[in-house]
Design a protein around this ligand. Structure first.
Ligand code: ACO
Length: 326
């Protein structure tokens, strides 16, 4: 069974936070943040607004814009690391809020690679012939799990959500994917609520994000350069056949280093880092959506999506864009 994605929706909370906010709480500057990360602004959820609320709004946006009847969805996958609860899952909350009676529901914990893991799983369910309409959502309220005393990480994160509907189709538009992980780097990017060591090393069990930024940066660049080439090869594509690269928007300098390493012009990269910050599992759909809205990404363009993040994890997939600008 073949699969297609021809609809997308997003939601970003109202509260806009610029870099000057951090100047008021920490020893940092707008200039440092912009030049070291590319981030100008990010958005934070309201106190009573949670990850599942963002998921529901992104799915509603998809349904309204692309006239999709979500009651027929038979599986919901939510990729997140900042759900308001571990159980019930965010996916079951979406199911209830949107009244989708017959959907299987799971959350995927693969950090910033989660959205692409979700698409790979959805494609697998459709290929197996067991499901026909899979709603995949990447959503985060990272502001709720950010350590605002750590200037090396708190400036990075933002909140948002993006949803796509993966559907069975006559023709195939979702091609080969790949997954990768390296648990030996578990301690370099983690969130823990229990005091249990990772790879024998102590963690801070405060339910906040902690990272070794330099190690993650280096791992991301070397891994993505290798994996983008491997993924293009698996799909019998040359890098110049790919119209748009959509790597996880973690830091504009990571994207620049990847483009430099692969000799790809930076303007072939879709990003969401400048306006939204690092939104983890939501960053790829936000960049994709903005690419469509801005008129850059056209129907039939070849896309390569690739996420990386805590775990450390990585997942990529090639697909033909069938989403029209609405
Ligand atoms: N303001 C001012 N100075 C700062 C700040 C800040 N906000 N943060 C760090 N510095 C200082 C450091 O203390 C250091 O000072 P020193 O030289 O006196 O020791 C100096 O700036 C350089 O520090 P570096 O850590 O080398 O800075 P770098 O250029 O690597 O940028 C950053 C740090 C932005 C964290 C970068 O390493 C990064 O983006 N890493 C990857 C992050 C990432 O991809 N995370 C994964 C996704 S997150 C997720 O999964 C939810």
């Amino acid at each position: 069974m073949n699969a297609i994605i021809d609809s997308i929706g997003i939601y970003v909370p109202e509260k806009k936070v610029d870099n000057h906010y951090f100047e008021s709480i920490l020893d940092t500057s707008d200039e440092w943040i912009r030049t070291r990360t590319g981030i100008n602004t990010r958005f934070y959820a309201a106190e009573n607004e949670y990850t599942s609320d963002l998921c529901v709004k992104a799915a509603q946006n998809l349904s309204d814009k692309y006239n999709k009847d979500l009651s027929q969805v038979d599986f919901i996958i939510v990729a997140t690391t900042s759900g308001e609860q571990v159980m019930p899952s965010m996916a079951t909350r979406v199911q209830t809020a949107l009244n989708i009676p017959n959907a299987g529901c799971i959350d995927v914990y693969a950090a910033c690679a989660g959205f692409v893991y979700g698409i790979i799983l959805a494609k697998g369910l459709i290929a197996a012939g067991t499901h026909k309409k899979v709603l995949v959502i990447g959503a985060e309220t990272l502001s709720k799990i950010t350590d605002f005393t750590d200037r090396t990480s708190c400036i990075l994160f933002g909140d948002g959500a993006g949803a796509v509907l993966v559907e069975a189709s006559n023709e195939n538009y979702i091609f080969e994917g790949l997954t990768e992980s390296d648990g030996s780097h578990g301690k370099d990017l983690y969130l823990s609520y229990q005091n249990v060591p990772v790879n024998g090393e102590e963690v801070i069990a405060d339910n906040k994000l902690h990272q070794n930024g330099r190690v993650v940066f280096k791992w991301a660049v070397t891994t993505l350069i290798k994996k983008i080439e491997e993924l293009a090869g698996k799909n019998h594509l040359k890098l110049e056949d790919i119209d748009w690269f959509v790597p996880h928007s973690a830091n504009i300098r990571i994207l620049e280093s990847i483009c430099e390493g692969l000799n790809i012009p930076m303007d072939k990269c879709l990003e969401s880092i400048r306006n939204y910050g690092n939104t983890s599992a939501a960053s790829i759909p936000l960049a994709w959506y903005n690419g469509i809205e801005s008129g850059k990404v056209k129907v039939d363009d070849q896309l390569l999506l690739i996420g990386f993040g805590g775990g450390l994890t990585c997942a990529g997939i090639c697909l033909q864009n069938k989403i029209e600008k609405k």
